[in-house]
Design a protein around this ligand. Structure first.
Ligand code: K1U
Ligand code: ZN
Length: 166
């Protein structure tokens, strides 16, 4: 297993739209293991393949307190959603920046698991927010891009200052 490098905003590669996984092979399973290790190491509660510069529709998530409930979503699709939530989000690609984004309160997602089998999951609360945040990464969108130009500019300035001081 390996810890992968996480792209940092405003890296243009974060705007790449991911393509569907054609077949869940051992190579894909090996990438998923590396993504999970990278997410746990960061630490984070989610990671999209886009963030490690792999532009295929793969997400890993673990919102459990015990950090032992890995959820893998390959080719995820939201097939239903309801309600509105306004949750304070963070992002491993935008370290140190936090802010609210309005999203659906609950979602039903259809995806493939690591065996290549289709499953359907109903999610609410933090898991629903995290699924939507990670699916945005696969679509090339970073959470700060929901904000006004002014708020984005402030976040970027804060990020650049932090990067200069590293
Ligand atoms: O996509 C990412 O960059 C991961 C991101 C996911 C996320 C967090 C909060 C709301 C929506 C999506 C993170 O994991 S940021 C780090 C974080 O939230 C966290 C880290 C350790 C323990 C608990 C939370
Ligand atoms: Zn993120």
């Amino acid at each position: 297993m390996a810890i992968l490098k996480i792209l940092q905003y405003p890296d243009e590669r974060l705007h790449t739209v991911a393509t569907p996984v054609a077949e869940v092979t051992d190579k894909i399973r090996s990438l998923i293991k590396d993504m999970a290790e990278t997410m746990y190491d960061a630490p984070g509660i989610g990671l999209a393949a886009t963030q490690v510069d792999v532009h295929q529709r793969i997400i890993v998530i673990d919102t459990s307190e015990t950090r032992d409930q890995l959820l893998v979503l390959i080719n995820p699709e939201i097939i239903a959603s309801s309600g509105i939530s306004d949750y304070e989000e963070g992002c491993l690609s935008v370290p140190g920046i936090y802010g609210k984004v309005q999203r659906a309160e609950s979602v039903t997602v259809k995806a493939l698991n690591v065996q290549g089998e289709t499953f359907v999951l109903e999610a609410g609360e933090l898991l629903a927010v995290c699924i939507q945040h990670e699916m945005d990464h696969l679509a090339g969108k970073v959470f700060v891009e929901y904000w006004s130009r002014l708020k984005q500019a402030r976040a970027l300035a804060k990020l650049k200052k932090k990067q200069r001081n590293l």
